[in-house]
Design a protein around this ligand. Structure first.
Ligand SMILES: C[S@@+](CC[C@H](N)C(=O)[O-])C[C@H]1O[C@@H](n2cnc3c(N)ncnc32)[C@H](O)[C@@H]1O
Length: 285
């Protein structure tokens, strides 16, 4: 990320979640009543202008990936609350995620962790949109590259002895290997029953020619926004990496798996294409 500037990619993702609320057919994959509101009047025209999915297949595939991963993370949280005594939700690299402001679980604390510049911008948007900040949530400002996530979580009241669900969406590809490892060393300390959901990208060389073109197009856009992709894994590499930190893979879904789980039977063109991007759910053993 460009130092001291809010994340531009966080805005792009939030615009796609908002467009989903406005343009896609019901039932929505990810129903977020605050997705449009948090962006305020400044972006309402841009959201309205977003074409319907069937008119822009590539853009629809990106939107589909973003709403599926958001839905999946909240499904994993709900299952953890029900089955594994999860009482803490950590949104790592939260961007404009709104879960904390519509949290249905009165006994689940939410820790929104983000780069200080992005978080300061989000707090302004929340204030301007008059979204109330519940007592169950804490803002935790951390630069994963330079600051201690563990220390800042502890300072915010996070309890490492209580199971937590972690959502780490749209962040891993932007990190250096060192920042990824530093975060994994913190996750390593989470209580049994904890989970993490994150998306990652496969390296270019293992993709088909068509998928390489799609990845190139996304890579060029995020690099232009000053947030280049720098970290890639094959599913095998990722499994080994997680095992190294005492985590095991519960599910590692590609586009086909996500289409089957969340998008089957839709007629609005919201569909994932290719398998560059994957979504992983891992469990602390
Ligand atoms: C593509 S956005 C995704 C935001 C959000 N998770 C979502 O899905 O809407 C990437 C997020 O990662 C955060 N991020 C990137 N590098 C970071 C770093 N070094 N430290 C902390 N946060 C970082 C950005 O501030 C931004 O919120």
């Amino acid at each position: 990320m460009i130092e001291a500037q809010p994340s531009k990619t966080a805005l792009r993702v939030a615009l796609r979640r908002a467009a989903h609320q406005v343009h896609d057919a019901r039932p929505l994959v990810f129903d977020d009543p605050l997705a449009v509101k948090i962006l305020g009047p400044e972006f309402s025209e841009e959201i309205k202008r977003t074409p319907k999915a069937e008119k822009r297949p590539f853009s629809a595939a990106l939107r589909a990936f973003m709403v599926c991963r958001a839905r999946y993370a909240e499904d994993v949280l709900a299952a953890g609350v029900r089955d594994s005594n999860v009482r803490q939700y950590v949104v790592l690299g939260a961007g404009l995620d709104t879960f904390a402001y519509r949290n249905p679980f009165a006994d689940v604390k939410v820790f929104e962790v983000d780069h200080p510049a992005t978080q300061a911008w989000k707090r302004e948007l929340i204030k301007a949109a008059e979204i109330s900040v519940p007592e169950t949530m804490q803002f935790v400002a951390v630069d994963f590259e330079t600051m201690s996530l563990r220390q800042e979580l502890l300072r915010a009241g996070f309890d490492f002895s209580v199971p937590a669900a972690v959502a780490w969406l749209g962040v891993v590809p932007y990190l250096t290997p060192e920042a990824f490892a530093a975060t994994m060393r913190v996750l390593e300390r989470l209580a049994p029953g904890s989970s993490v959901v994150f998306d990652y990208s496969q390296p270019r060389e293992v993709l088909s020619e068509r998928e390489q073109l799609m990845l190139d197009s996304i890579s060029a856009r995020v690099a232009l926004a000053g947030e280049p992709f720098q970290l890639f894994f094959t599913p095998e590499q990722l499994r080994e990496e997680l095992e190294h930190y005492g985590w095991s893979v519960v599910e590692d879904l590609d586009g086909k798996g996500l289409n089957a789980r969340y998008l089957a039977g839709r007629h609005d063109g919201l569909v994932l294409r290719g398998s560059a991007g994957r979504l992983c759910h891992a469990r602390a053993s």
